[in-house]
Write a protein that binds this ligand. Structure first.
Ligand SMILES: [Zn+2]
Length: 278
């Protein structure tokens, strides 16, 4: 087993309003702010209740804007100091700087099709969005670089986790064995049921895939995305002692997290956030 599991409190009460999940061990590091939002504390209604952070949902834009304002106020980080990815299930990873501050949230992006973002700048919060897909957090304490990548099943097949490590090496000279990688809440193998076409994609790409795919019924399988991501990271040179899993399944806890599978696709998205303190 390549997994280090740590119990995570399901509802970490940060303030009276919003609640976050701590990301072990990054949330405990004094130089970082790291977390994952829950549904609590926002203004959205119905299927999007309450802290939907996705502007591409059929609900009033002012609700999403207000949710970001609440997040900004609660974390005490100006929206100008946050950068949002543009997620389309690619394995594209981009370096962002202060020049990108506010993009995707309070001003238009200058980039598209970016599922992973990296920075070495302090006071610049990386933000990526989720409703079951796997959030991957990266931190190189030697080169002082952070990253966030969105790894749904398509991104996992394209090895966005490994691509992010490669980019940290090429852009910042990171040594993969220095990098801490933590996984956030996502749909786990209790719930991530797929058909043969998805299984084939994994089998075609990874020799180790059969160890992480189990039959569920005659034509359904369940996939352990986290396990596959771990294998890819280890092959990229990450030390398995620095890879940390997350035992929380978003679909099993759909009252706490937005879950695409748990809602028949009608849902909002929560966010992973990561920042180097100034
Ligand atoms: Zn589950």
């Amino acid at each position: 087993m390549h997994k280090n599991f740590y119990d995570q409190q399901l509802e970490r009460v940060n303030t009276a309003k919003l609640r976050y999940i701590e990301i072990y061990p990054l949330s405990g590091m004094p130089q970082l702010i790291a977390g994952f939002t829950t549904r609590f504390g926002g203004v959205s209604q119905g299927d999007y209740a309450t802290l939907n952070l996705n502007f591409n949902r059929p609900e009033p834009l002012e609700n999403v804007r207000e949710n970001y304002r609440l997040l900004s106020e609660d974390l005490n980080i100006p929206l100008n100091n946050m950068v949002l990815s543009h997620q389309t299930h690619t394995n594209n990873v981009m370096v962002v700087t202060k020049e990108h501050g506010g993009m995707g949230i309070i001003r238009p992006r200058t980039y598209t099709d970016i599922d992973g973002i990296l920075t070495s700048e302090s006071n610049l919060m990386l933000v990526t969005l989720y409703a079951d897909c796997v959030p991957i957090y990266f931190f190189d304490p030697v080169k002082k670089v952070i990253g966030l990548s969105h790894s749904g099943w398509r991104g996992t097949v394209k090895n966005i986790g490994g691509q992010t490590i490669k980019k940290m090496v090429s852009e910042y000279g990171s040594d993969p064995s220095d990098i801490h990688v933590s996984i956030g809440p996502h749909i786990r193998d209790c719930c991530f049921e797929v058909g043969s076409e998805v299984v084939k994609e994994f089998w075609d790409n990874f020799s180790f895939a059969p160890s992480y795919i189990k039959p569920k019924s005659e034509d359904k399988w369940v996939i352990d995305l986290e396990g596959i991501i771990f294998e890819c990271l280890i092959r990229q040179g990450v030390d398995k002692k620095r890879i940390y899993g997350c035992s929380i399944c978003t679909r099993c806890n759909k009252d706490t997290f937005f879950s695409h599978r748990g809602s028949g696709g009608k849902t909002g998205t929560g966010a992973a956030f990561l920042m180097i303190r100034g």
